[in-house]
Design a protein around this ligand. Structure first.
Ligand code: G3P
Length: 222
């Protein structure tokens, strides 16, 4: 099933009660259109949001640690217990060392968290596919937060990432992100072989978040 993943980052509009409000809008639009919606929130907001809405809540990050003597880190088991169904790994705004990515992928499987592994280019997408995440998300870093969607600025990157990931593992799906703003961008992403989108500013900072999400959802049900 195609999916809309909204990463609220640390935007004010995506923090605390604002994140909860957005999660509720996503839940409504998801139900209305029969679309799978995932909200990726700050770890501190997982419990409150997962407790309130039926859509899946992901953590934006977790650290490569196990139970024990660690201070101020994000423990994978803790995000799971707080209600997270999955986690973003290696977002380009929170890159990780290869050994930590490997640790997180193993840990996520062990404690049953879904994974979206983020790649800034096709070679990294190919490499991440070897870890068998649920999704590889391709996001050219220079387009993140910008006005031009990856689907118009670098469509070949999405197509090449889909081909590269498929070559490694047919069960790993590809999402794309960076600059996505509307239903047209979503439709193009699907045409290029993506199974959905990873979006932030286009939804989180929109004046009318419901309208934008509805436009995107309509593109997925077509
Ligand atoms: O994780 C999604 C993100 O990096 C894309 O950001 O603001 O370009 O939709 P944005």
């Amino acid at each position: 099933m195609n999916v809309i993943v909204v990463n609220v980052k640390t935007y004010k509009e995506g923090t605390g009660k604002n994140a909860l409000e957005l999660a509720r809008i996503m839940e409504d639009v998801g139900n209305e259109y029969g679309i799978r919606m995932i909200i990726a929130v700050q770890p501190t907001d997982i419990f409150k949001i997962a407790d309130d809405v039926s859509i899946e809540v992901f953590s934006q990050h977790m650290d490569a640690i196990d139970y024990g003597s660690n201070t101020g880190w994000i423990l994978p088991h803790a995000i799971k217990e707080a209600g997270a169904k999955g986690v973003l790994v290696n977002h380009s705004e929170h890159r990780m060392k290869l050994e930590d990515i490997a640790f997180n992928m193993e840990m996520a499987k062990k404690i049953r968290l879904q994974t979206i592994a983020c790649a800034g280019n096709v070679n990294v997408a190919r490499a991440l596919a070897t870890f068998k995440p649920d999704y590889v998300a391709i996001e050219p870093p220079e387009l993140i937060g910008g006005e031009i969607s990856v689907t118009s600025a670098r469509p070949e990157v999405i197509k090449n990432a889909v081909d590269a990931v498929r070559e490694i593992n047919e069960n790993v799906e590809v999402l794309c992100g960076a600059g996505i703003k509307n239903g047209g961008d979503v439709a193009r992403a699907i045409e290029l072989g993506a199974k959905g989108i990873l979006v932030a500013s286009g939804v989180v900072k929109a004046k009318n978040r419901k309208m934008v999400l509805e436009d995107m959802a309509r593109a997925l049900v077509k």
